[in-house]
Design a protein around this ligand. Structure first.
Ligand SMILES: Cc1cc2nc3c(=O)[nH]c(=O)nc-3n(C[C@H](O)[C@H](O)[C@H](O)COP(=O)(O)OP(=O)(O)OC[C@H]3O[C@@H](n4cnc5c(N)ncnc54)[C@H](O)[C@@H]3O)c2cc1C
Length: 428
């Protein structure tokens, strides 16, 4: 029963599944009183991110906290429990033609709490900002079971320190997110995606930068490189033209690079933006392009997630958007064409690279990726790697001066190391 809560090879001695915020408080209060250590679990899709915990007695699965607590469509506000999945929330909001402008991969498994705690990223960040910009309030259960609240459930926010933000990206090391209040918005009346394929990242960059610097901001723009992208480009080409992509430089079809541009607005505006975007693609030496909607559109954007089966190594880098294409190009060039899947959110400068490789070659890949990211002026972190490498690494990379403040915050919020001890940067 505990094996599905194994973390880096360590199993907890028991699993707790609180069904309410009060239960969650009582659970953590007991764990704390017993001087034990707990790890908070949401959908479990990103539990591989983090340093190995130093103690692990109890898995606290919060997926039972999955209710919509308050939803006021006319105020554009929704308050949910943290264990609700992103997909379930979107379904509820969709009944009123509304949505949360946040689209992490695997929404049917990803919980709101886990997505916030692990600072998950989705393509919509390009036009709506990070998920932290959509949060207007939060309640958190601290390590000793105390329930705290910050912010509110009105879009015009209340005074006081914005404590909610502390827990976003903290991987459950300062507290368990219990409820979250979000500002939401209308579903766009129309949404289409222009998918274009190129024979190199370089030529995709020409088109991409013209669109980013163009007359309108696409809802999302992402470049995807690697065999999955090439195979998908081939599928689209065959479906729309009857022929596989012909590369202008005669490169093997398997090396096509995909550029996805999502356009969302009124039908007339989307029509005009589609025309502008396809003419840009044509002018920028695209080997081909197609306009997607419905399932085809969703299938293309699903490529923005981590490959399945899980890769041996995943690194994430955040850098200046203008440098994102170059980094994708460097990473793509650093290894054989078939071993890598790269997702470049070029509009906001987040690049995720996933390697399929044997464990022995991973340390070398980490170093070449770290060099490429550092040379591109980016911040580097390891999201997934063989567990055996973790004792010798800090997967969050170099934090520098802020680390001391982070240590003091942990000391303040969780002095006894009840929550995921050793998991965060600097093994906090
Ligand atoms: C096939 C696949 C591909 C994916 N690709 C990507 C990708 O490319 N990029 C990406 O960013 N994500 C990716 N994801 C992960 C997924 O989209 C999100 O990251 C997801 O948001 C994580 O939510 P979760 O509920 O699964 O979190 P979990 O994995 O359960 O938890 C993540 C972290 O948050 C902590 N936590 C969980 N709940 C709480 C809480 N209530 N309070 C405090 N801490 C908490 C956990 O302790 C853990 O440290 C992928 C998932 C799948 C299945």
């Amino acid at each position: 029963m505990t094996d599905s809560y194994e973390l880096d090879g360590v199993r907890p001695s028991r699993v707790e599944r609180p069904g309410s915020v009060d239960d969650l408080s009582a659970t953590l209060k007991k764990v704390h009183e017993d001087a034990q250590a707990a790890v908070i679990w949401g959908g479990g899709t990103r539990m591989h991110v983090g340093n190995s915990v130093t103690r692990y007695d109890v898995a606290v699965d919060v997926t039972g906290l999955d209710r919509v607590v308050d939803y006021r469509p006319s105020d554009l506000v929704v308050v949910v429990e943290a264990g609700i999945t992103v997909a379930a929330l979107q379904e509820e909001l969709g009944k009123n033609n509304q949505r949360l402008a946040f689209d992490p991969p695997a929404p049917e498994k990803a919980t709101i709490g886990g997505s916030l705690a692990s600072n998950a990223v989705g393509p919509l960040r390009n036009s709506y900002g990070g998920v932290r910009d959509l949060v207007i309030g939060m309640s958190v259960v601290l390590a000793d079971g105390t329930l705290t609240k910050s912010g509110g459930s009105v879009v015009k926010n209340v005074a006081g320190y914005d404590m909610a933000r502390l827990h976003i990206g903290a991987f459950g090391t300062l507290g368990a997110i219990a409820t979250v209040a979000f500002k939401i918005g209308p579903l766009p009346p129309a949404r289409r995606t222009v998918a274009a394929w190129f024979d190199s990242v370089e030529s995709a960059a020409v088109a991409g930068m013209r669109i980013i610097n163009g007359a309108f901001m696409p809802e999302a723009i992402t470049v995807i490189a690697g065999p999955r992208a090439a195979a998908h480009a081939s599928d689209i080409a065959i479906r729309t033209t009857g022929d596989a992509p012909e590369n202008s430089r005669g490169n093997a079809p398997g090396t096509a690079v995909l550029l996805l541009v999502a356009l969302a607005a009124s039908p007339a505006t989307v029509e005009r933006q589609v025309n502008d975007t396809t003419s840009t693609m044509g002018g920028a030496m695209a080997d081909g392009f197609a306009v997607l909607d419905g399932d085809q559109q969703e299938a293309a954007w699903a490529l923005a997630g981590e490959p399945d089966p899980s890769p041996a190594l995943t690194v994430r880098s955040t850098l200046k958007p203008a440098s994102a294409f170059d980094l994708v190009d460097t990473l793509a060039g650093a290894v054989g064409p078939n071993d890598i899947h790269i997702v470049g959110h070029v509009g906001f400068g987040t690049v995720e690279a996933h390697w399929t490789a044997d464990a022995a070659s991973v340390p070398g890949l980490i170093e070449s990726a770290r060099t490429a990211v550092t040379d591109a002026g980016g911040a580097f972190s390891i999201e997934r790697c063989p567990v055996g490498l973790k004792p010798g690494l800090d997967v969050f990379g170099k934090i520098g001066a802020p680390l001391e403040i982070m240590r003091r915050m942990k000391q303040q919020f969780d002095p006894d190391g009840t929550l995921s001890p050793g998991r965060f940067a600097g093994r906090i």
